[in-house]
Design a protein around this ligand. Structure first.
Ligand SMILES: [Zn+2]
Ligand SMILES: [Zn+2]
Ligand SMILES: [Zn+2]
Length: 303
């Protein structure tokens, strides 16, 4: 239940990143703008406020994308939809790189704070308040939007930024799998609490968001279990992935590219025992990179 390119159209491309807008955005935009318009004398400001909200969300997502790229990760797509924005980032599987890619999003909101405060202060100083009530209300609303987005995104509910930051911090002492497991368990508690808040506030929107977060949290918990099981498999120390340095597990975890049967690449020197097909490369079960068996052999490496 994540927005994808399907159902969205490309708005523009900036720094090699495609920004897509999901169709459902328009439905919610109409509703959301209609609730903002009564706060202003002129309805134009209600539209501007909603656009400012999405501009901030977009800048936040660009923070994730550009940070992920700065540490050698991939990022080429941002999708905006009613629940905010999603930057499709794929930082290298290291805690530091992941932490920076995630933290850069909320950092954008932090950087915006003094700018918006300055505008707000200027507004008071210049007496714009008397000049235009609407401008005053607009600056105030945008400031509140930025603070709310910052606070909400930092909640430790995986996969919100706060939950992902917590996960990358736990990655150092707990490792890749157990940190994800711990972060998703904390996320469950937070998600259930959020449902409680939604019921208390009788907020349908918050309820939908909480259910969305919980379902994503559950999926990530399943991923953590698979990662954990993989970590516990017996390994072959004489081989190591040239990309992620993980030793391969012992067992039939590879499929023959010719006959499709499962076998152990490292027990047969990458030759399928069923059909005799020889494999040029061996895919790493941990990071997905395919390298020659020669490159995997630790004993052949110069230290
Ligand atoms: Zn974010
Ligand atoms: Zn085969
Ligand atoms: Zn690997």
């Amino acid at each position: 239940m994540m927005p994808t390119r399907q159902g969205s159209f490309r708005l523009f491309r900036l720094w090699g990143i495609d920004v897509h807008l999901h169709w459902s955005w328009f439905v919610v935009a109409l509703y959301s703008i209609s609730t903002r318009i009564p706060n202003y004398a002129s309805p134009v400001w209600g539209v501007l406020e909603y656009l400012a909200l999405f501009l901030i969300v977009l800048m936040h997502e660009f923070g994730h994308s550009l940070a992920s790229r700065s540490v050698g990760g991939q990022s080429d797509q941002i999708v905006l939809w009613p629940l905010g924005g999603v930057a499709y980032v794929n930082p290298p599987p290291r805690p530091g790189a992941t932490l920076w890619s995630i933290a850069a999003g909320p950092l954008v909101n932090v950087v915006l704070l003094p700018v918006l405060f300055a505008l707000w202060y200027l507004d008071h100083l210049q007496g714009w308040r008397t000049a235009s009530q609407d401008l005053h209300a607009f600056i105030r609303a945008v400031l509140i939007i930025d603070v709310s987005l910052l606070v909400f995104n930092l909640l430790p509910i995986y996969p919100l930024d706060g939950g992902q930051i917590l996960r990358s911090l736990l990655w150092y002492p707990l490792g890749k799998a157990r940190s994800l497991m711990a972060a998703t368990l904390i996320g469950f508690v937070g998600g259930v609490a959020l449902i409680g808040v939604a019921m208390w506030e009788t907020s349908l929107w918050l309820g939908i968001l909480a259910v969305f977060l919980l379902s994503n949290c559950w999926r990530s918990f399943q991923v953590a279990r698979v990662l954990r099981r993989m970590e516990q498999l017996p390994r072959r120390p004489e081989f190591a992935c040239p990309v992620c340095q993980a030793s391969p597990p012992i067992g039939n975890y590879w499929r023959c590219r010719q006959c499709g049967q499962a076998f152990d690449m490292f027990a047969t020197a990458a030759v399928c025992p069923h059909c005799g097909a020889s494999h040029e490369t061996v895919t790493c079960p941990d990071c997905g990179n395919a390298k020659s068996l020669h490159a995997w052999d630790v004993t052949l490496r110069d230290v």
